[in-house]
Design a binder for this molecule. Sequence first.
Ligand SMILES: OC[C@@H]1[C@@H](O)[C@H](O)[C@@H](O)c2[nH]c(CCc3ccccc3)c[n+]21
Length: 445
Amino acid sequence: MPKHVFPVDFVWGAATAAYQIEGAVREDGRGESIWDRFSHTPGKIQGGDTGDVACDHYHRYREDVALMREMGLKGYRFSIAWPRIVPAGKGALNPKGLDFYNALVDRLLANGITPYATLYHWELPQLLQDRGGWDNRDTAAYFAEYAAVVFESLGDRVRHWITLNEPSVVAYNGHAIGEHAPGFTDYALAVRVSHHLNLAHARAVAAYRQLNQGGVIGTTLNLTSVYPAGNAPEDGAAARIADGMYNRWFLDPVLKGAYPRDILELFGQKLQAPVIQAGDLERIAAAPIDFLGLNYYSRLLVRSAPSSPFGYEAVRGAGPCTAMGWEIYPDGLYDLLVRLDRDYGHPRLLVTENGAAFDDPLQAGRVADPERIAYLREHFLAARRAIESGVRLEGYFVWSLLDNFEWAHGYSRRFGLIYVDYPTQERIWKDSARWYQGVIRQNGV
Ligand SMILES: OC[C@@H]1[C@@H](O)[C@H](O)[C@@H](O)c2[nH]c(CCc3ccccc3)c[n+]21
């Protein structure tokens, strides 16, 4: 018997994203996305990898749903590729794109797995990027139009919706440091993009409410627990700024309907204020969410750095790291969950991503991944402690079901519970997949 049992209806899940697993990028009318363009741009992706084939999930989804069923997943979080549904980003629809996601959803439901659909996991149609992308506030309206099409097609069976995956990463990695598509390095642009993403989220929530389909809708934010590296007062001040830029800039609009004043002023000084127009904040405030999805991987340790653009710099933690170089710090998940509960009005929460990459050598047809088992176990226990403290955590989606295309790292990083032998596309259960199957079966660790 497990020592730490979870609530009886706790949603044990796993997560993926379209561009990272589907492949078939030119099939059945799919339009080009900014990640097709970016991954085919020499020098952007480790090893020159692209998502052209990935895990070939577009063709293998029946087999993959069978794997989810065998694992005993209660929920499966996946993303819908905008360029499959509206190839040009706006205007004409692609029926075959809708057919694929209808078939996937029907198969999930037939196997007793609840679908959790993310509308935007970074695949902006390239033709919209050609018109300014997220720097063009019209993109927010095009996103809501795409969302409405998807709600109408799937909303009778998909009852759990996530508008955006990690707007902070879209803004920062894609527009401030250029590590992600579309590859810009302009901080003022990144701040404008963050505002237009918040607008897009609000418009999609409003579109969902209008349809009265009776499900729930939220968003997924990449959040962390920020700690000062030292006891000096300036380190505490640095931590507050980092927490503001990383967390509160995205949390406050969706959960409080307003931007945090300190960061608004900071951006106002350092950058042109975000292009906030009359009615924007009212629109954002008028679109409350039903639940918040959070992706947690590691903590953030900062110290004062007067010469840095925003007065702080990250410090490497002392703990062991994953293959991504991210410190393993389960207490940061507990602290984050308790903080969200305390500061944001006891919201319904889902861990929409948590997981780790390790080397995962395939040896004699087996992948022993004790580090991933330890990582997940420690984070599950942190989540359990938070639930005991009264946090309304309703589910947990491990990143990821399958090894897949890890953005700028290509296929060099393996986050999957299930190993993918890309040359043969064979799926091989890692030890952690068997272990997770047991956790789900006994509903606890
Ligand atoms: O890096 C692992 C996963 C990605 O594969 C997911 O698509 C993405 O939602 C996701 N977010 C994070 C944390 C933020 C981050 C993303 C990408 C690169 C660095 C940090 C980690 N992950």
